[in-house]
Design a protein around this ligand. Structure first.
Ligand code: SAM
Length: 279
């Protein structure tokens, strides 16, 4: 049974890293004209109200995107600009950050007529909200398992591919399943760009994902990890992203973005980036 609801966590430090990397990948890939098939395997409900009871209960956005929003005028990395423009757009005219876009809304913001977006979500109420949000947009919403669903759709019609894999990791086997799917997806579309998010936990379970990815035939896998400087005693103490086939220069640009927000006055964390699997 699925119990995870992203509304409790939307806009936290992990979303800043994940959506920052996604916005960067999209804008770098769109420097070329050819169409991109975009897939979001675990979409959530697309739009989050940071004033809602669920968001207020955890206050996670206060320690995440709200800190970045308050520091926005002092950010040096140019690549935060498209990210901040999206947030401005969702909160137009209010001067406050109350609406936070989930991954399908980030994809949708960047979508050009030559691109396509397919999103998967299994949770009944999340997928209902997602379908309502997407009803007027050229987005395919599928209430299917995102990992199996992705493999059925590959290779895509468009010349290029960008996939976000962002499970809730409610089931321990998710770590191994993600690595297996990544390996199979890469066999079907080797030039695709794949972004995988994972939590960094005190239990260390995320090591299973990284070890399993190393055992596949995948090459060119970048790994970006942030660690909170004041982590909780148990649970999530950081957040990681694997990026398969990142656009050229993506690593230094993501590094500049994360360094810009890592300081104690913003997100108070450390950032490491390097190749999990080199070329
Ligand atoms: N990607 C979203 C974002 O960045 O805004 C957040 C997604 S949340 C971390 C994970 C989502 O995956 C949850 O909404 C959950 O219901 C959904 N989910 C869990 N198992 C799934 C599966 N096998 N296939 C598709 N969606 C699934």
């Amino acid at each position: 049974m699925l119990s995870y609801l992203h509304a409790f966590h939307a806009g936290n430090f992990a979303d800043v890293q994940k959506h920052g990397a996604l916005a960067l990948a999209l804008s770098m890939m769109q420097a070329k004209k050819s169409g991109i098939a975009c897939f979001d395997t675990h979409a959530g409900s697309a739009i989050y109200d940071l004033r809602s009871e669920r968001a207020r209960k955890t206050g996670e956005a206060d320690e995440g995107v709200q800190k970045l929003w308050s520091a926005r005028d002092g950010l040096g990395a140019e690549d935060w600009k498209p990210f901040l423009d999206v947030l401005e757009g969702f909160n137009a005219g209010t001067g406050k950050l109350s609406v936070y876009p989930g991954s399908p809304a980030w994809f949708q913001h960047f979508l050009r007529p030559s691109d396509a977006l397919t999103v998967f979500e299994l949770h009944p109420s999340e997928s209902e909200q997602l379908s309502g949000w997407a009803s007027e947009a050229p987005i395919r919403v599928l209430r299917q398992d995102g990992l199996a669903g992705l493999l059925k759709q590959l290779p895509p019609k468009q010349p290029r591919l960008l996939t976000l894999i962002d499970p809730s990791y409610e089931i321990k086997s998710d770590y191994a399943d993600v690595a297996e799917t990544l390996g199979k997806a890469w066999q079907k579309c080797r030039h695709g760009v794949y972004l995988v998010w994972y939590p960094i936990l005190t239990s260390g379970l995320q090591a299973q994902l990284k070890e399993a990815v190393r055992r596949t035939d995948l090459r060119k896998v970048l790994c970006s990890e942030v660690h909170l400087r004041h982590p909780p005693e148990r649970g999530m103490v950081g957040s990681g992203m694997l990026v398969v086939n990142p656009p050229w220069g993506f690593d230094s640009r993501l590094s500049a973005m994360m360094s810009d927000v890592a300081g104690p006055e913003v997100l108070n964390m450390t950032h490491d980036i390097g190749w999990l699997v080199p070329e």
